[in-house]
Design a protein around this ligand. Structure first.
Ligand SMILES: [Fe+2]
Ligand SMILES: [Fe+2]
Length: 206
């Protein structure tokens, strides 16, 4: 018989799902968002979807690194480290996409490459790392509750998570834009601003 809480749609808040189910649901959600992005013919809609993809992947990878990977690391150290490195590379691309004002073909290509990386990474997690976590005897419902709590905190603070790398990516982009515009603007611009050191503004995260 259906409970009252389920009828009103808040059963999931009372009875947390297990961590693996939640992580897989995140993976599916991002896949759906990317597919929508790729099918959409509206640049405005694509931009909205892109913001959601960035947010989902940023929060998801942070949750995994804070709460899930440390548990798997004890069982499968090398692959866990590999997974963390893949998160790092994905976050560099996300940082570039974080503040973009509009979507163009170059952004579509970036999303395509990003998704190819994420899809490979997800296959590794679902095919190897998460099954190991399942067999480890960890309390997956308790972990699910931790994920939910941390997710609530992070969802309202995505900017602070990736702010550092986003600033670096934005700085690199603005330098690239200035360089690209320079030939057309040189005749009108007489005064030259003191230039900041570009070496200190490298787009590569440290
Ligand atoms: Fe991951
Ligand atoms: Fe994942």
């Amino acid at each position: 018989m259906e409970s009252i809480s389920k009828f009103f749609g808040f059963e999931d808040k009372e009875k947390p799902e297990d961590a693996i189910t939640m992580l897989k649901a995140d993976h599916r959600k991002v896949k759906e968002l990317v597919e929508k992005f790729q099918k959409s013919e509206s640049r405005k809609e694509q931009l909205e979807l892109l913001k959601m993809i960035v947010k989902e992947l940023t929060v998801h990878s942070t949750l995994e690194e804070e709460l899930v990977y440390p548990l798997i690391d004890k069982l499968e150290h090398d692959k866990t480290q590999e997974g963390i490195e893949e998160h790092h590379v994905v976050r560099l691309v996300l940082a570039e996409l974080y503040d973009i004002p509009s979507v163009d073909e170059m952004i579509e290509t970036k999303v395509k490459v990003l998704w190819e990386m994420v899809e490979r990474h997800v296959k590794e997690e679902e095919g190897d790392l998460l099954p190991k976590l399942k067999r480890s005897g960890e309390d997956l419902r308790a972990l699910g509750q931790q994920l939910r709590n941390r997710n609530d905190q992070l969802t309202h603070g995505v900017r602070s998570i990736s702010e550092k790398s986003t600033k670096k990516a934005s700085a690199a982009r603005s330098i690239a834009e200035k360089t690209a515009k320079k030939p057309a603007a040189t005749k009108k611009r007489v005064a030259s601003k003191p230039r900041k050191s570009t070496s200190a503004r490298s787009r590569q995260a440290g």
